[in-house]
Write a protein that binds this ligand. Structure first.
Ligand code: AMP
Ligand code: MG
Length: 398
């Protein structure tokens, strides 16, 4: 049985970034950029006015107005000393402009304009190339495209960006007892809730989920489901049937298909019966069916895998350092991940830790991580907490 760290190493060892694709900029949010993005033109592209007002040909308190320029028009006249023109924000400055005066500081007495206040050379003028020059690299390969960087890439004139695409992840849940959400719940039946949590987790990790129909506990149906999706996805995540009971077929079926089984048990709680194999060089992670184990197993192993497939280092949940506000104890030899709540930097357990009780996942702030060798910890002990992605930390980073 591998430790959590060994299992994660094994999963990341075999994973590399997906081949980059040129994507429309509208689809690039969250993607990792796979090329440097270089400015096509300098910016601003032309000298323009920063205000609605008057462009002046010389710094004189009275000038003669000779024209008007709006945004989008090109001035076909120069300004001589003693001349001015009406100008609007973003409009190109006529040749010879030495300053712009806001309209609030101007008084028209046709054909003359009187200016009050100090006339400063260069005032309210936006010089060409002030922001960046053509040929300058403003976004480097490897950065993750957030909305600000998308805006910058657009400013640089790129309708398409070479990016690492969203990994496609097939999700398969197995179990004779499972029913879809829109079906009435019969005796001995269980809602296929895990697959919706996993679908949301995949999306939250920047992936694209391909949700397969429920697979009953029949090896040939599981085999077919795996083969059907294999070519269309970058990774497969199964849930349920990963243990060694009479109705757990995931391991056997993967073996029969010639998959390379790399691990099939991790020294952790929840989620010990967790497998990882490579099927036709694609990663398959087999998560246990218990809803908490499935959710936690995804966050600990699938999240880093998806990060790696997207060109990242294999980032998992954010870890912070906090302090135990209650006594905890555990079994030695397993790494524990206990649902917990955080108040400032004080950690308490979020109710029962049974792995079929999912509610406490939704009612917690993250997972208290307790190392294999720990048996009991007292109040005040510094501990690591893995934060759910939607929780904003108030404690200091660990
Ligand atoms: P298994 O890992 O197949 O032994 O399943 C362990 C427990 O998780 C059983 O109580 C299952 O009914 C439950 N379970 C399995 N798959 C799902 C699922 N997709 N959604 C919710 N519960 C599940
Ligand atoms: Mg089962």
């Amino acid at each position: 049985m591998l430790t959590v760290a060994q299992a994660l190493d094994k999963i990341l060892e075999g994973a590399t970034a997906l081949a980059p694709q040129r994507l429309p900029i509208e689809q690039a949010l969250g993607r990792t950029l796979a090329e440097d993005v270089v400015a096509r033109e300098s910016h601003p592209y032309f000298a323009s006015s920063a205000m609605d007002g008057y462009a002046l040909g010389s710094l004189e308190p009275v000038c003669t107005q000779i024209g008007s320029v709006a945004a989008g028009q090109w001035p076909d006249f120069p300004l001589e000393p003693g001349q001015c023109c009406r100008i609007f924000t973003g409009a190109p400055l006529p040749q010879g402009t030495v300053a712009v005066v806001p309209q609030e500081e101007a008084r028209a007495q046709s054909p003359h304009i009187h200016f009050s206040g100090d006339l400063q050379p260069g005032a309210h003028m936006r010089p060409a190339g002030q922001h960046f020059d053509a040929g300058q690299t403003l976004l480097g390969a490897g950065c993750q495209l957030n909305s600000a960087r998308i805006g910058l890439a657009a400013l640089l004139g790129n309708p398409h960006l070479l990016c690492i695409p969203a990994p496609r992840v097939a999700l398969i849940s197995t179990g004779d007892e499972l029913v879809e959400l829109d079906q009435p719940l019969g005796p001995a039946q269980v809602r296929n809730s895990n697959i919706y949590a996993m679908q949301a987790q995949v999306l939250a990790c920047g992936g694209q989920a391909v949700r397969l129909p429920i697979v009953p506990d029949q090896p040939q149906l599981l085999r077919q489901a795996l083969l059907d999706c294999l070519d269309q996805v970058d990774a497969i995540v199964t849930c349920g049937g990963a243990s060694v009971g009479d109705h757990d077929h995931v391991q056997t079926v993967l073996r029969e298909l010639g998959a390379d089984l790399q691990l099939w048990k991790v020294a952790m709680r929840p989620g010990k019966p967790l497998g990882y194999a490579r099927l036709g060089h694609k990663p398959v992670i087999a998560l246990p069916g218990n809803p908490v184990s499935c959710y936690v197993g995804f966050e600990l192993f699938v999240r880093p895998l998806l990060d790696r497939l997207q060109g990242g280092p294999g980032r998992g949940l954010q870890v912070i350092e906090a302090q135990l506000a209650q006594h905890v104890q555990k079994k030695v030899g397993l790494r524990f991940f206990m649902r917990c709540r955080l108040q400032e930097d004080q950690v308490t357990l979020a109710g029962s830790q049974d792995s079929h009780l999912f509610r406490s996942i939704a009612e917690s702030d993250g997972l208290l991580e307790l190392a294999e060798e720990v048996q009991a910890l007292s109040v005040g002990t510094p501990v690591r907490v893995l934060l759910w992605p939607w929780v904003r930390p108030t404690a200091k980073r660990g």
